[in-house]
Design a protein around this ligand. Structure first.
Ligand SMILES: CSCCC(=O)C(=O)COP(=O)(O)O
Ligand SMILES: [Mg+2]
Length: 228
């Protein structure tokens, strides 16, 4: 018998719409990034991630302007850079706190997360968004503050989402064998990596996307259909 003890979920395309991230969060960060770097660029945490971005791009002796342009380019490319995601998270904080937006979650998600918690399952997030950005996202969701439902958060500091070693690290951090863990995502390469590490997997293929013809993972239209 399969015994799932904890669920690890992706955000974009899984709990929440890709449109919200692409049409609200990314433009918000894009517009404010130059002024944010100019104003906060000497703070150690910001400086650290600016250096990391330059290092990732192989830029030597890059000016602040060079790094700003690089980061804007990465936002346009939706590059899953840990440094970019950390800086975006710092910028999004202001937007959430000012009430400029609330994070989208699909209509059934909050109720299902609560059901699973009530059934004794532990819930975790694994997203390319930084851990602080993930926490803000669920604290300021359209369905209210969902932060207390989660026992922990993982981002790409744990490792890339398409590498199975990242999922082994997550299982170890959670303290469960992978066979007791279910990973939910909209990206098949992430699911393949989780499956290779021994996780159960659920592929969220939300309307109006076509259902895959011969899927390698259990496919769900929404969280309502998932019965761990
Ligand atoms: C919570 S952060 C906003 C989303 C984001 O920047 C991102 O890259 C989400 O990617 P995911 O791994 O959740 O598909
Ligand atoms: Mg996703």
């Amino acid at each position: 018998m399969i015994e799932i003890r904890a669920i690890v979920t992706d955000i974009e395309g899984t709990t929440s719409s890709i449109d919200f991230v692409r049409d609200v969060l990314f433009p918000y960060a894009r517009k404010r990034l130059p002024a944010f770097v100019e104003t906060h660029g000497t703070k150690p945490e910001v400086q650290h991630w600016l250096h990391e971005a330059a290092r990732e791009a192989g830029l030597v002796e890059a000016s602040r302007q060079d790094i700003i342009e690089l980061l804007l380019q990465w936002i346009d490319q939706d590059r899953k850079s840990t440094a970019l995601k950390a800086l975006q998270g710092m910028i999004w904080k202001d937007g959430y706190e000012a009430g400029d937006y609330r994070a989208h979650v699909y209509p059934e998600v909050a109720a299902r997360l609560r059901d699973w918690r009530a059934d004794g399952l532990r819930l975790y997030v694994y997203s390319s968004g930084s851990v602080p950005a993930q926490k803000l996202f669920f604290q300021h969701s359209e369905a209210g503050d969902l932060g207390a439902l989660f026992a922990g958060y993982f981002d790409t500091e744990t490792g890339p989402k398409r590498e199975s070693e990242s999922y082994r690290r997550i299982a170890e951090a959670i303290g469960e064998q992978p066979r007791h863990l279910l990973f939910l995502s909209d990206i098949v390469e992430e699911l393949d990596a989780a499956q290779a590490a021994g996780f159960h997997t659920g592929w969220l293929v939300r309307e109006p996307q076509a259902l895959p013809a011969s899927p390698r993972h259990a496919v769900y239209r929404d969280f309502g259909a998932i019965a761990p």
